[in-house]
Design a protein around this ligand. Structure first.
Ligand code: TXA
Ligand code: MG
Length: 351
């Protein structure tokens, strides 16, 4: 299959390319689309053949359910059996935006889309091109992140091309995704709303709007617990670069820098190519290895936005090992460390 890649601006979201993309979706084809979090790999959520195509293109296990992207509130009623009051409040407060809600599904949603579950994940993305695409095609847009299963999520159309060229009909290029990590997932089917995946919308932000919210216990732990995470996709080693990544964590920053420096030297002596993930503040502290800046500690949004980009850059230059500082501070600390720990296969050195 030949993949058509089109640059599309907000002004063009009524134009010819978007009509073509909408037609592809209506025929059951696949279109990679931009969102504010990461790029998605889209198909018609109500067609099981489209869901199969998505799983195939991603190389993803088909028990891992897809998120259904919508462009207006009324669509929720077609997809979900009932809408609890707290879910409604959260959707009104944070949509369009990086929040995915889990609700009980209607008969209309095929089990291929929900990975066999009776629940469905729904989100209204904050991207004008994609909202327009959903409206023009008249479909609900099933879309996982547009990466090959197991690779870092794509934050640019170029990343999507690296993974899915020849496997999807079209890629809509709307520049870099602003947030850079996937949406917060909240399950509203239990007694209390539960965060299944941390993201840009934090527990505190949710609680200010809907009252008490709990966390999937599997997230609290730094290890994969006996209890599997409730979002099926969270159990896989995800977001992983090809190189072995290790996180070096500690309250004494000099000790962190010195440890990373010593480990880098040691690996280089063994003939290995080493990458170091640093910040604007720490970059000058490293004199060895290939040092990349993920963002600034002054603003955790820059670190979230840089994370997958940096992991992919290290893949491109084929480093053997990567050492990273930890990024636990700030409102996004939990969401960032959730991804970084997975990318590291939970390898952490505490100093
Ligand atoms: O920001 C995002 O959410 C991006 C953009 C493209 O919207 N999408 C995304 O999709 O991250 P994906 O497929 O990579 O991750 C979806 C996660 C998986 O961990 C999956 O297991 C979980 O959502 N999920 C989907 N439906 C679910 C359900 N019914 N119950 C529990 N977890 C669900
Ligand atoms: Mg994903």
């Amino acid at each position: 299959m030949e993949t058509k890649i089109v640059k599309i601006s907000e002004a063009e979201s009524e134009g010819e390319s978007l009509r073509e993309a909408a037609d592809i979706l209506k025929r059951g084809g696949l279109v990679a689309f931009p969102t504010e979090t990461v790029y998605g790999l889209g198909g018609d959520a109500l067609r099981s053949d489209a869901a199969h195509r998505i799983y195939e293109a991603k190389g993803r296990p088909s028990d891992n359910p897809l998120i259904v992207h919508i462009a207006d509130m009324v669509s929720v009623s077609s997809l979900a059996k009932e809408i609890p009051e707290q879910a409604r409040m959260a959707m009104e407060a944070f949509w369009p935006g990086p929040l995915t809600v889990i609700l009980n599904k209607t008969e209309e949603v095929p089990r291929e889309t929900t990975g066999g579950l009776d629940t469905v994940a729904i989100r209204m993305p904050d991207n004008p091109v994609t909202l327009s695409l959903i409206r023009q095609s008249g479909i609900f847009l099933a879309g996982p992140s547009a990466n090959t299963s197991g690779r870092p999520s794509p934050t640019t159309a170029e990343h999507v091309k690296q993974d899915l060229n020849g496997k999807v009909d079209m890629i809509l290029d709307h520049g870099a995704a602003g947030i850079g990590i996937e949406s917060t997932i909240v399950d509203f089917t239990g007694e209390m709303p539960m965060i299944l995946r941390p993201g840009y919308i934090t527990k505190t932000m949710l609680e200010q709007v809907i009252g008490p919210v709990c966390m999937d216990a599997a997230l609290d732990s730094r290890k994969i617990t006996k209890e599997p995470p409730k979002a099926p996709g969270m159990k896989y080693k995800h977001y992983a670069p090809k190189a072995d990544l290790t996180i070096v964590e500690g309250t004494d920053e000099d000790a962190v820098f010195e440890t990373i420096h010593a480990l880098t030297l040691e690996q280089q002596e063994n003939g290995r190519k080493v990458g170091v993930i640093a910040t604007t503040e720490s970059v000058n502290r490293y004199s060895q290895g290939i040092v990349k800046v993920i963002g600034t500690r002054e603003k955790d949004t820059t670190i979230a936005a840089g994370l997958y980009q940096v992991l992919r850059e290290f893949d491109e230059i084929d480093v053997d090992v990567i050492y990273s500082e930890a990024f636990t501070d700030g409102a996004l600390g939990q969401a960032i460390m959730n991804r970084l720990l997975k990318a590291a296969g939970y390898r952490v050195i505490r100093v």
